[in-house]
Ligand binder design. Structure first.
Ligand code: ADP
Ligand code: MG
Length: 482
């Protein structure tokens, strides 16, 4: 059978060395990025100005997984995006080779194992499991039965102080018009068993912090899942003040990061009460609001943080009557864009722009606390770019420079950077593109403008100060150093 590629209209795919087993592909094609555990051979491959993930598997499974991911993408589920299935591969001597499933590499994603290079802390682990439970609820709401929920089959992206989870392995999944409670329970059971098992493995290899109880973390996923599921789907009965009840329900869902699109309201038989049941809920409440106001496409918790900053900006602006959309434009051009532009090109692969902004806000808060006076955003940015960002991924180094040393240099940084960003050419292109790409040689052309960093919003419980499970400091949280 001759080589057959079905999927994206991308002729360049045919130029990849499909006649060689993936394991032996020449290094020049390979992008060295963190990868999770897998049964199949999976490698990341440079392709055009991006990166693709290639997984070798049999043709039937590859086609099935491709179709599943396609459908999930159509439903706007948080998952990796399918590109193509390659079949009919043969070596030059005519040996048949495995088929391959090609997906877009999910930029800035981390397999959970990459997060314990410096030891997986209890707090981080709780956030990962929180993100995974949100993912599972969202998939279940869409009618997707996963069948193999685990930490290894998800990818995580930093999302303000939390994580967002994305489905990466859909091989065992199935899409139904609606899941039965039995199907949901089975998935939940599998999730708990797998996660507990994965953590016991880590414990066995001494990669887990002492004090982390794998069984407790497994149980936690289930608890989180059940809480969110009932908040999003539960029928409530009310005898008075129905308007207020509905408004309350909407607000509660918005807080959780969801929009209530359709609701069922029914009078009880005897006409003395009304039941309310959310019918269609959409994830990404804050994400959509920020997108509407600024065009920035970021993750849900990042959006929440940016919107708070925007509200504050508006409250402090010289013109309190400024309407929201004008304020948003001003905030974007005088606060957000100059901050992310201040990051040198060489450091842009470290974090997404919205995540950098979030961390700069945290850093500013810590500096101001330590210095006991307000610190302007340009100064906080300069300090962050100088002291924190270059040493990201290296906890020792981050801790190496004390807050005291950083505050001592604030007068000099203020002298240098002033209190506001100096206006730049208003027609200059937004420079927030090209983040997260594989570093390219300096002399190459800059890639085309692409502001979006995430297509799919993922939502979380808001980071409520002092919530029972949170062992991080109250917001703003410490700069993430795990
Ligand atoms: N599109 C992608 N973006 C980023 N990482 C990916 C992608 N596809 C696969 N991976 C990485 O490869 C690992 C294995 O992929 P997976 O589909 O789970 O393979 P298997 O079916 O063999 O378990 C994942 O845990 C993830 O780390
Ligand atoms: Mg897998």
């Amino acid at each position: 059978m001759p080589l057959h590629i079905s999927g994206a209209a991308d002729p360049a795919l045919i130029e990849l060395p499909w006649e060689i087993p993936l394991e032996a592909w020449p290094e020049e094609h390979i992008a060295a990025l963190p990868r999770g555990l897998s049964r199949h051979v999976v490698r990341f491959v440079r392709h055009g100005d991006g990166v693709i993930a290639v997984k070798e598997t049999n043709a039937e499974i590859a086609h099935r997984e491709f179709a599943m991911l396609r459908e999930l993408q159509r439903l706007e589920a948080p998952c990796v995006h399918p590109v193509a299935v390659v079949s009919g591969r043969t070596s030059p001597s005519g040996e048949p080779l495995s088929a391959a499933l090609v997906t877009e590499h999910l930029a800035f994603s981390l397999p959970y194992r990459a997060l314990f290079a410096q030891g997986l802390r209890q707090g981080t682990l709780k956030r990962l499991v929180g993100a995974l439970s949100v993912l599972l609820v969202r998939l279940h709401l869409l009618g997707f039965y996963w069948g193999d929920v685990s930490l290894s089959n998800a990818l995580f992206r930093r999302d303000a102080s939390e994580f967002s989870a994305y489905l990466v392995d859909a091989e065992t999944g199935d899409i139904h018009p609606r899941l039965t409670n039995g199907q949901r329970e089975t998935d939940l059971d599998i999730a708990t068993t797998n996660i507990t098992g994965e953590l016991l493995d880590l414990q066995g290899s001494e990669d887990l912090d002492d004090g982390v109880d794998p069984f407790e973390i497994g149980a936690r996923l289930e608890k989180r899942y059940r809480e969110l599921w009932s908040a999003l789907t539960e029928t409530t009965t009310h005898t008075s003040n129905i308007r207020m009840r509905v408004a309350e329900r909407v607000r509660q869902l918005n807080e959780l990061g969801f929009d209530l699109d359709e609701i069922d309201m029914d009078e009880t038989e005897d006409g003395t009460a009304v039941t309310i049941r959310p019918k269609v809920v959409d994830a990404g409440y804050h994400q959509r609001r920020l997108m509407r106001l600024t065009g920035l496409d970021v993750q849900e918790n990042q959006a929440r943080r940016l919107l708070n900053d925007l509200d504050e900006f508006r409250a402090w602006s010289d013109n309190p009557d400024l309407d929201e959309s004008h304020a948003a434009h001003e905030w974007l051009t005088t606060m957000f864009e100059p901050t992310v532009r201040a990051v040198p090109r060489a450091l842009r692969g470290k974090l997404e722009p919205a995540q950098v902004y979030h961390e700069v806000l945290d850093h500013r808060w810590y500096l101001a606390e330590a210095a006991d006076h307000d610190v302007s955003l340009p100064v906080a940015t300069a300090s962050y770019v100088k002291n924190i960002l270059p040493t990201k991924d290296d906890e020792q180094a981050v801790l190496g420079r004390s807050l005291a040393e950083m505050t001592a240099e604030l007068p000099a940084l203020t002298e240098e950077h002033g209190h506001t960003y100096t206006a730049r050419d208003p027609y200059a292109n937004d420079n927030t593109y090209a983040w997260g790409r594989v570093p390219e040689p300096e002399e190459s052309e800059p890639p085309t403008v692409r502001r979006s960093s995430t297509r799919i919003p993922v939502t979380h419980r808001p980071a409520v100060p002092g919530r029972e499970d949170d062992d991080a400091p109250t917001p703003p949280t410490a700069p993430t150093t795990e």
